[in-house]
Design a protein around this ligand. Structure first.
Ligand SMILES: [Ca+2]
Ligand SMILES: [Ca+2]
Ligand SMILES: [Ca+2]
Length: 595
């Protein structure tokens, strides 16, 4: 290691060097601005007047805006950096349709995924100038800023005459409703000569003029111009085939619960989206994009869009722009997520397989072999195991029915609070020492749990007025969400901060490839080594997922003679070349630095 590198480790990341760090060097903190901190009560209603169905604001209801904003987030950067995070991923900040949904089932765009204006910050969150101040403040601390972007859909503005007054609108396939007929195979000829989306030439799409093949498009007069850029108001740039079943053709062409699914095969759309998001890179110098609903967009779109973003970032002086897609899934299936790195050519994806493997392992529902199985699949990713180092890993997120603690409580009914806390801590240790980019979901570090729906996993960090949130027993504290939770002494905050410090000061833990040393067909020991890419120095990681202590021999490199415990109980020396005797307490872990 050079003296310069030593100096950097001693002082932490400086404002000057964040651009040279690789994606795998980061620890990411993810938050929803509406739920994080309210720095400006004057913007709580987004400049709108009326009741919550007009303004979207109701801090007592989990499905409406609560008042959090970019100014509030900017004021809390000490708290985020103190946790050891080096990057922040903020849920979409673009202007949303404030309220949508059928009568009686309305909710608000507080989460940011119902965009109408891709060029402007939502007035509930602040202004474009406040966004610039936030990104600049993040950069001034040597941290990175990742935007959350959506290409797949816009807000629900387009409706279909055939589904008026109905709840939902069934998907109508190309086979039943081809582009060249209106309303089915026996309908009137339209779009003469259009070959479909498979041919993305301008000449082919020039023949595509009528959006009413599957349904009859209806847009309320008051909403016909609400989208920006203006081209997004033309219904020809949407699939208009009804609601996705998330299977087959509808996965990429269906509406995500009514959200207008963009015709991403269209060359005008490809260029339009490249223009929109290039502008955010150019104007704000952001360091990466998390891409929402990435698997619901055709691969050819990403094959053009991603290289354009990387080139734009490079030209802006951002050589390691990180792009990671959301490819959500309900099981531990790395083949599913890896496919999007190979076919779609997404540089990285959120590691949902890691979520499921760790969740089941720390809850005692899966053997430690589940973790070995997860990492055995790393060569499936485009770029192999080295690419797996860049997958953002996580143990909780905003779309799950609760934070990790909720899953542990359900898997282990009646478990003492302290046991739940230790299982969560074990998961944090896996998250912060294993391969991938640790991504901490806001509230995990304060012991948030949740009652079981995605809105229940979006608790306020500032003082909440939502009764169902405030009833929740938090892990590791007597506090509730009825008060603000920015407690830097919370045991989970302190644990994460310590592990993050260990991680970012050891290259074996950020850039090191892994070798599984031990797993079995039941809960118990999971042992794995990671290796510093410069010189191969070994870091031995030990996790005990069982309620019994483990004591056994574990193989190490023959050159690994002495060990320093960075966390937990480590052997001090090998008992013979290539073997150490380890003991790990129930639900314990250890990080052992070899020399
Ligand atoms: Ca506010
Ligand atoms: Ca719609
Ligand atoms: Ca789509």
């Amino acid at each position: 290691m050079s003296l310069v590198a030593l100096a950097l480790l001693a002082t932490g990341p400086s404002a000057a060097d964040y651009r040279v760090r690789l994606p795998e060097d980061e620890v990411i903190y993810f938050l929803l601005p509406d739920r994080f901190e309210n720095g400006d009560p004057s913007n709580d209603r987004g400049g709108l007047t009326g009741d919550r169905l007009q303004t979207g604001f109701d801090p007592t209801h989990k499905g409406f805006y609560h008042g959090g904003d970019l100014t509030g987030l900017t004021k809390r950067l000490d708290y985020i950096q103190g946790l050891g995070a080096t990057a922040v991923w903020v849920a979409p900040i673009f202007k949303n349709k404030p309220v949508q949904g059928p009568p009686g089932q309305e909710s608000a765009g507080y989460h940011g995924y119902w965009i109408t204006d891709f060029t402007q910050v939502d007035p509930h969150f602040g202004t474009n100038a406040e966004f610039k101040a936030l990104v600049d403040a993040v950069h001034a601390r040597g941290m990175k800023f990742y935007m959350d972007i959506v290409v797949n859909h816009t807000a629900d503005v387009i409706h279909f005459a055939e589904c008026e007054g109905k709840n939902g609108c069934p998907y109508r396939s190309i086979a039943d409703y081809p582009y060249q007929r209106r309303g089915g195979v026996t309908g009137a000829p339209i779009n003469f000569g259009f070959g479909g989306g498979g041919d993305d030439s301008a000449a082919n799409f020039a023949k595509f003029k009528d959006p009413n093949y599957a349904y009859t498009v209806k847009i309320a007069p008051a909403e016909k111009d609400i989208k920006r850029p203006a081209w997004l108001n033309d219904p020809i740039y949407y699939h208009n085939r009804g609601d996705s079943t998330f299977r087959g053709e509808s996965s990429t062409m269906g509406d995500f619960v009514g959200l207008d699914d963009v015709f991403t095969e269209h060359p005008r759309v490809v260029q339009g989206m490249i223009d929109v998001f290039s502008t955010w890179i150019d104007q704000y110098g952001v360091d990466g994009f998390r891409i929402d609903t990435a698997q619901h967009v055709n691969p050819e779109f990403w094959q053009k869009f991603v290289p354009a973003m990387l080139a734009r970032a490079k030209a802006r002086g951002i050589p390691h722009f990180h792009v990671f897609g959301e490819v959500a899934m309900d099981d531990m299936d790395p083949a599913h997520t890896a496919e999007n790195t190979r076919v779609d050519r997404l540089p990285s994806v959120l590691d949902f397989a890691f979520l499921h493997a760790v969740r089941h392992a720390v809850a005692g529902e899966a053997p430690t072999a589940e973790l070995a199985k997860l990492f055995r699949a790393d060569p499936l990713y485009e770029g192999g195991a080295a690419a797996a180092l860049r997958l953002p890993t996580f143990i909780s997120n905003h779309d799950s029915p609760g934070h990790l603690a909720t899953f542990i409580q359900r898997a282990r009914p009646g478990a003492a609070d302290n046991e739940v806390l230790r299982r969560v801590m074990l998961a944090n240790a896996m998250l912060l020492t294993l391969r991938g980019v640790p991504t901490i979901y806001s509230g995990d570090e304060q012991g948030f749990a949740g009652k079981g729906g995605d809105q229940d996993a979006r608790q306020d960090m500032f003082q909440s007025q939502v009764a169902s949130y405030n009833e929740d027993k938090l892990i590791g504290t007597s506090a509730t969400t009825a008060q603000a939770n920015f407690d830097t002494n919370h045991p989970l905050y302190r644990e994460i901060a310590e592990l993050a410090r260990i991680r970012t000061s050891h290259r074996a833990l950020t850039r090191g490839l892994q070798l599984v040393r031990y797993s079995s067909d039941k809960p118990g020991l999971f042992a794995i080594s990671r290796f510093d890419p410069d010189g191969g120095r070994e870091m031995l990681l030990l996790f005990n997922t069982s309620m019994q202590p483990v004591e056994q021999n574990v193989q190490v490199e023959t050159r690994s003679a002495q060990f320093t415990a960075l966390a937990g109980p480590c052997p001090t020396a090998a008992q013979a070349p290539g073997s150490v005797r380890i003991t790990v307490p129930p639900l314990g872990y250890a990080v052992c630095d070899a020399r």
